[in-house]
Design a protein. Structure first.
Lengths: 698, 77
C-alpha cells in the first residue's frame, strides 16, 4: 500500500492546457522527506480525445536568480502512460493515478518535477491539468513548455494539484511472534536451530555436558533446562545479558524490571550469577532500545533501589550453569546434587532421579526455576517430597510425566504413582498400579490425550481424563515384555506418538551398536506391527517437532550416527548414513488356514494370486514385485514355525505386475492340512501395497 | 471354495492357539503397516522409509544423539 508523502490539494480554478505534442506541464514540489517515489496522482480532464498521456519525474533547476524551478535532466524513473481518452470530460476534473514500474529516490528538501505530455494532442483534442487560481501562500510553482522541454516558463504562485506516494508495497498481516528451535545433545555438544539444514553449535556448551551419563532436557520459559547426573545447565534462548563489575548492595530479583539510564532500555530480570561483586544479569529485554555501557537502575521486590554500572548488552543464546538464583543458597535454597529427570509441571521445573535419594522429587518455585527454597508458607513455594504432606514416592523414580495441571505421574521401578494438584496446596500422591515403568522415555501421549506406558506387564493405555489403565498387549502378545528383554545396562527405550501415521512408535535399541527392535502400535486398527531399522538410523530419542516451516514438521529421530531423521512415505529405502541406502525387508504372513472341512484330511490349494496396489500404469503408486512363499504343513504350530524360519515353503513365486492380472494366477497345486503364505519385498528402492490374496481351496 | 484374504490389520498376534489364529491377525510379519505409503489406503503395505531430516551431522559416527527437545522463542521487543 502506498503512503502519501507530498501533495497540493488547494481547490482549483486554473488549468494548464496540453494541446500539442511539444507541450509540457510540470508540477514542481519539494520532497518533504527522503523516500522512494512510486506513484503520483494528478487532477485532469480532457477535451476531445487527447490519446496517450505520458507522465515522468525529473530533477529541477532554478529559473535564473529566483527561487522558481523547472524540469531538467533525464527521467528519474521509467515514464508511465495512461489513456487520456478515458478520463473525464467534466471540468471538475478526475484524479488519475499513475503507478510507475520503478521508483525515484527523492532527497528530503530537494525540488522535483512531475511532468505531463501528450504526444497526440492537438488544438481540438487536449488535456487540461488543473492548478489553483494563484494564491500568495503557495511557495511552489508549475512550469510549462511549448517546445518539447527546450525551455520552460515558470509560474511561481501557482500550484498544480498533485499527490506523491512512496514505495507501493502490500502491508500484509503477520501472526508470527515466535521461532521454534530443535535442540540436540550429542558427543558432549549442543546444536540448535529452526532450520534443519542450518543447525549451529552452541559453542559454550561444548564439553560441558557428559553424554555418557543420563541426560534429559526440558523446555521452560524460553530456555532449556538440562539435568545431566551431576551437571545442571541452562541453554537460554530468550534473554540478553549485561555484566557489571559490581552489582551493588541491592540486587535485582527474578521478575524485577531494570532500566538503562542513558538508553532507556528495560529488561525483566531472569537470573543473576552472584549477589555481590562482579555479576552477569540475564533478562528478557522488553524495550526496543538496547542496553549500552551505562548506569542501570530499578527498584527490587524489597523496595530497595538497584543501581550498578553495566556493560553493553549481549544477545543470546547463552549457556550457563543452572544454580539457585545468584548462587545464593541461603535465600534461594539448594538443588539436589544429582538428577537426570527434568520436566515442567504446573509452572515448576522438577528434578528427579537423584541417585542419593532415588525416591525424592524436587520442584522449584512456580514461575521461577532458580528458586529452590523449599517449604515456604505459600502455594507457589519450591517443594520437595520429604517436606510436604504428599511425601516422597514409595518407589524409585524411573521417569515422570506431566498431565495438564492436574496430574503428575511418577513411573517407578515397580509402581505407578500420581500426584494430584499442587503439593503446596492440598496435593496428594496416590498409588495407581503395581506395575513398574520399564525405562526412562517409555511413555507417550497420543493426540487424544491418552497416555501409553511401557511397563513390566505390557503396554498400558490410560485413557483421557486419567481413566482406568488398560493393558493393550496382554491379549495379543502376552510375552511382549519378556520378548522385548529390555536390559537398562545395554538398551535404551524410546517411545513417541506419530501424528502422521497415527500410531505409537516403541523402540528398543542396543546402545553399543544400534541394533534394534521396534513396534508400531496402530491406533486406528489397534494392531501391533514389528519393525526393524538400520543401526545407523536407530532411535535414541524421539521428538515431535512442530517446526515453523510445514515441510520441516515431523516426528524426529535422534539417530545412532549423529543425524536427525524422519519418516518419509515417498521414499522406499531407509537411509543408513555412511552405509548408504538400505532395503526395507518387509513381509506379512497369512495363516494358518485350514484347507479341509475335516482336519483329519489334507486339503489342496491352487490358483494362487496376489493383487497388489497400483493400476500398472508405471506411476509412483504402483507396487513393485512381491514374492510369495507358500507353506503347507500338517499342523498349525509347525506351519508357524516354518513361516517364521522361512524354511520349507512348497514353492516361491514372484508376482511382478500390480493390480489384478489374469496371467498372475499360479496354477500349481499344493496339499496339506494347514496353509500359510509369506508375502514380501526386500529390494532397495521398492515398495508395495497389498489388496488381497485369492486362491482356490479344493 | 474360493479363498480371499485381506491384510491383517490387527497386526501381530500370538495370544491364542495356533489353530485358532484370529481373523485379521498375523503370526509373522515385519516392516509392514495397515496404511500403505503409496496411496494412504487401509490395505496394508511396506512401512515408510526413514531419511535424514537434517544434513547436519551433530556428531561423528560413533556418537548417538542422546536427547532432543524443542524450544519456542518469542521474538523480542
Amino acid at each position: 500500500m502506498a503512503t502519501l508523502r507530498d501533495s497540493y490539494l488547494t481547490p482549483s480554478t486554473g488549468t494548464s492546457k496540453i494541446d500539442s505534442s511539444n507541450d509540457r506541464t510540470a508540477a514542481i514540489f519539494a520532497a518533504s522527506a527522503s523516500y522512494s517515489l512510486s506513484q503520483v496522482k494528478l487532477l485532469v480532464y480532457r477535451v476531445g480525445s487527447p490519446g496517450t498521456i505520458t507522465v515522468t519525474v525529473r530533477a529541477t533547476t532554478t529559473y535564473g536568480g529566483v527561487t522558481q524551478y523547472y524540469p531538467t535532466g533525464a527521467d528519474l524513473l521509467t515514464p508511465k502512460t495512461f489513456d487520456g481518452d478515458a478520463v473525464t470530460a467534466s471540468t471538475d476534473g478526475e484524479w488519475v493515478t499513475i503507478t510507475f514500474v520503478d521508483t525515484a529516490a527523492l532527497t528530503s528538501g530537494t525540488k522535483y518535477a512531475i511532468e505531463v505530455s501528450a504526444a497526440s494532442a492537438d488544438a481540438a483534442n487536449y488535456l487540461m491539468v488543473k492548478h489553483d487560481a494563484g494564491i500568495a501562500s503557495w511557495t511552489g510553482n508549475y512550469a510549462s513548455s511549448s517546445n518539447g522541454g527546450a525551455s520552460y516558463s515558470v509560474l511561481g504562485l501557482y500550484g498544480i494539484n498533485y499527490e506523491a506516494y512512496d514505495n507501493v508495497s502490500a502491508i500484509n498481516p503477520s501472526d508470527k511472534k515466535y521461532t521454534r528451535n530443535i535442540v540436540t545433545f550429542c558427543n558432549d555438544q549442543v546444536f540448535y536451530g529452526p532450520d534443519p539444514d542450518s543447525l549451529v553449535e552452541l559453542a559454550a556448551a561444548s564439553g560441558d555436558i557428559d553424554c555418557s551419563k543420563p541426560l534429559r532436557a526440558a523446555e521452560a520459559y524460553g530456555k532449556v533446562f538440562i539435568a545431566n547426573h551431576d551437571k545442571f545447565r541452562v541453554a537460554d534462548f530468550v534473554n540478553v545479558k549485561i555484566t557489571t563489575a559490581d552489582v551493588g548492595s541491592n540486587i535485582p530479583f527474578n521478575g524485577d524490571i531494570i532500566r538503562g539510564d542513558t538508553s532507556s532500555a528495560a529488561m525483566v530480570v531472569d537470573y543473576i550469577t552472584t549477589t555481590s561483586g562482579a555479576c552477569t544479569i540475564y533478562g528478557n529485554r522488553i524495550s526496543t532500545e538496547t542496553f549500552e555501557a551505562e548506569t542501570v537502575t530499578g527498584t527490587n521486590k524489597s523496595g530497595d533501589s538497584v543501581s550498578f554500572t553495566g556493560t553493553e548488552e549481549v544477545a543470546g543464546p547463552f549457556w550457563y550453569e543452572w544454580t539457585p538464583y545468584g548462587n545464593d543458597t541461603d535465600s534461594f535454597g539448594t538443588m539436589p546434587t544429582y538428577a537426570s529427570i527434568v520436566l515442567l509441571h504446573i509452572g515448576r521445573v522438577w528434578l528427579m532421579a537423584d541417585t542419593q535419594y532415588p525416591h525424592q522429587w524436587y520442584g522449584t518455585r512456580q514461575n521461577n526455576p532458580f528458586d529452590f527454597l523449599y517449604a515456604q508458607n505459600d502455594a507457589g513455594s519450591a517443594v520437595a517430597g520429604n517436606n510436604t504432606d504428599a511425601g516422597e514416592v514409595g518407589d524409585i523414580i524411573i521417569d515422570a510425566i506431566s498431565y495438564s495441571d492436574d496430574y503428575m505421574i511418577f513411573g517407578c521401578a515397580s509402581e505407578l504413582h500420581v500426584m494430584l494438584g499442587n503439593p503446596c496446596a492440598g496435593g496428594r500422591i496416590n498409588l495407581v498400579r503395581t506395575s513398574g515403568l520399564l525405562a526412562p522415555r517409555a511413555w507417550t501421549w497420543d493426540n487424544d490425550k491418552n497416555l501409553f506406558l511401557l511397563t513390566d506387564e505390557g503396554l498400558l493405555k490410560i485413557s483421557q481424563g486419567f481413566g482406568a489403565a488398560q493393558n493393550v498387549t496382554a491379549g495379543v502378545y502376552p510375552d511382549f515384555i519378556e520378548d522385548l528383554a529390555y536390559d537398562p545396562t545395554i538398551h535404551r527405550i524410546a517411545m513417541a506418538y506419530d501424528p502422521v501415521a497415527k500410531g505409537i512408535i516403541i523402540s528398543r535399541v542396543t546402545i553399543s551398536d544400534g541394533t534394534n527392535v521396534c513396534w508400531f502400535y496402530d491406533l486406528r486398527s489397534g494392531g501391533m506391527f514389528p519393525e526393524v531399522y538400520p543401526e545407523e538410523g536407530s532411535f535414541f530419542a524421539l521428538w515431535n517437532f512442530i517446526a515453523d516451516a510445514p515441510e520441516d514438521r515431523a516426528l524426529l529421530i535422534a539417530s545412532q550416527d549423529g543425524y536427525i531423521r524422519k519418516w518419509d512415505k515417498t521414499v522406499k529405502s531407509d537411509d543408513a548414513g555412511a552405509s548408504g541406502n538400505e532395503a526395507i525387508d518387509a513381509y506379512v504372513g497369512f495363516g494358518p488356514i485350514v484347507t479341509s472341512n475335516n482336519t483329519r484330511r489334507f486339503g489342496r490349494l491352487s490358483g494362487m494370486n496376489i493383487v497388489t496396489g497400483g493400476d500398472g500404469d508405471g506411476g509412483s503408486n504402483d507396487s513393485d514385485v512381491v514374492y510369495c512363499k507358500v507353506f503347507m504343513e500338517p499342523s498349525a504350530e509347525k506351519l508357524i514355525k516354518q513361516m517364521t524360519s522361512g524354511a520349507g515353503p512348497k514353492y516361491t513365486r514372484n508376482f511382478k505386475v500390480p493390480s489384478f492380472k489374469k496371467g498372475n494366477v499360479d496354477r500349481r497345486k499344493v496339499r496339506g492340512r494347514y496353509a500359510g503364505f509369506i508375502i514380501g519385498n526386500n529390494t532397495a528402492a521398492q515398495s508395495f501395497a497389498f489388496e488381497q490374496v485369492t486362491a482356490n481351496n479344493i | 471354495m474360493a479363498l480371499k484374504l485381506a491384510f491383517p490389520h490387527k497386526g501381530y498376534h500370538k495370544g491364542s492357539a495356533t489353530v485358532m489364529q484370529p481373523a485379521g491377525t498375523s503370526p509373522h510379519l515385519q516392516n509392514v503397516r495397515s496404511y500403505d505409503p503409496l496411496d494412504d489406503r487401509a490395505r496394508g503395505g511396506k512401512r515408510p522409509a526413514i531419511v535424514k531430516w537434517s544434513t547436519t551431522q551433530v556428531s561423528d559416527a560413533t556418537n548417538p544423539i542422546v536427547e532432543l527437545v524443542s524450544v519456542t522463542v518469542v521474538e523480542s521487543a
